[in-house]
Design a protein around this ligand. Sequence first.
Ligand code: EPU
Length: 506
Amino acid sequence: MNCAYCTKDVKYFPKKCDKKHSKKLLFCLQLWYNINAVKMNVFCTAHTSAKKYGYGMRVLFANICINAVFVPLGREYYLEKFIIKGGRRLEGEVEISGAKNAVAAIIPAVILSDEPCILENIPNISDVSISLRILYEMGAKVVFLDKTTVKIDASGIADPIVPYEMAKHMRASYYFLGTLLGKFGRARVSMPGGCYLGDRPIDQHLKAFAALGATCSIDHGMIDVQSEGLYGTQIYFDMVTVGATINAMLASVRATGMTVIENAAKEPHIVDLANFLNSMGADIMGAGTDVIKIRGVKRLKGTTYAIIPDQIEAGTFMVAAAATRGNVLIKNVIPKHLESITAKLEKIGVSVEEFDESIRISVDGPLVKTSVKTMPHPGFPTDMQPQISTLLCLAEGTSIVTEGIFDNRFRYVDELRRMGADISVDGKVAVIEGVGSFMGAPVTAPDLRAGAALVIAGLAAKGVTEIEDIYHIERGYENFEEKLRGLGADITKKSVPGAAVRKAVI
Ligand code: EPU
């Protein structure tokens, strides 16, 4: 079986096998060595033999040196950062992994079936490990069949509760509400964590559950939803919301009768979830439009399903290639999902060549200003806003970027300013004066996509950039630094011993 964290072989599912284990082993060895060295010193100082005393002191000195190296490494919590020596053009080919925001909904959706499901093209990111761990802790059987394929049998789940300790790590933990409500008629899930992007209420999720016949309450940080039976209904969302559309689909798929979701989100991962549920025997029509119709079915069977490629990971590599004036073939993508990103890049002066399942990015001429406004799909995705803003810093002229989804998604601007960017922000609008280049600097990733944007800035910068808090980035990008190294980037990950890691919130 493969580890949920690093895909190496392990015996039991959530047993980790990454570096932390070898570090723990080193710590134990060092402890043992330390005790022996102290014993030796006590023995030696208790005797007057200069030779023995000297030997004991040497052992103690060696021990102090070894302590200095291994004891910090042995600590469970340590800070990791990226160190990037910028200025190299990205060249070559890169393979895109499965979509984070699709798999975040599809893993909890497995609960709705009474039979095992096999999910393929699973990305190796921390959000996936956390979702699988939640299922495992609730009683599901989780087995990795290979590096990107997992078999989940959720029939052993009896208690529809996801406690704070597990839910706090992930925004998408709120999908367990819809899926547990859909299966058991009740759920108790802690309020979700999440990247801080401004106020992120869940009123539309609760409105959908209530419309289906559930009562909802929030008590001591736990969300309780209960029903005597869920009945198909009409749900009209006050705004386009990905999360609430998904939760409404999950809760209604086994309800009695027809549910109609109006003003639904149309993102590729909504369609992916509908395809997954339909492959289990659900009856969902209209996913990808703003009206989704769901005729409830009594039971859902097991299935084998491959997750779509990650639109935002692909977009991030497109921008990274452009920012370094590189030439990169990005493989395993659905070019249709990238249209809004492609259109903006072409306006900026980037050449984008589309193939069936890949896309080539290159830059010949100058990069030029443009305006970007983020919007729900098929508009320009908010999850690409920090990356495109970073590219616009390198373009000639003044660009305007308007954030149309979240209240506070410009927290990376202060960090980019440290690297020489000239950006002013007024509410949800950023005015970017092109500066042509960045200077390497120490910076901190404030959230997932902002972290990716800082990596792009570092790749394009003159000199060395050190990025802290990269756990945000690892929530959503599989082997980011390895993939970039494969394209010629000079990027390494460094552990800083002894520092307390701030735990990831998603
Ligand atoms: N909103 C409400 N009430 C609700 C739900 C949403 O007011 O009940 C508001 C939000 O505050 C926001 C807007 O509606 O202003 C849109 O929120 P949405 O529900 O669409 O976002 P989300 O479900 O919280 C997902 C992704 C985000 C992505 C957004 C928009 C997951 C786990 N998260 O968030 O992904 O930015 O949709 O596409 O799927 C990321 O991957 O970096 C990320 C943040």
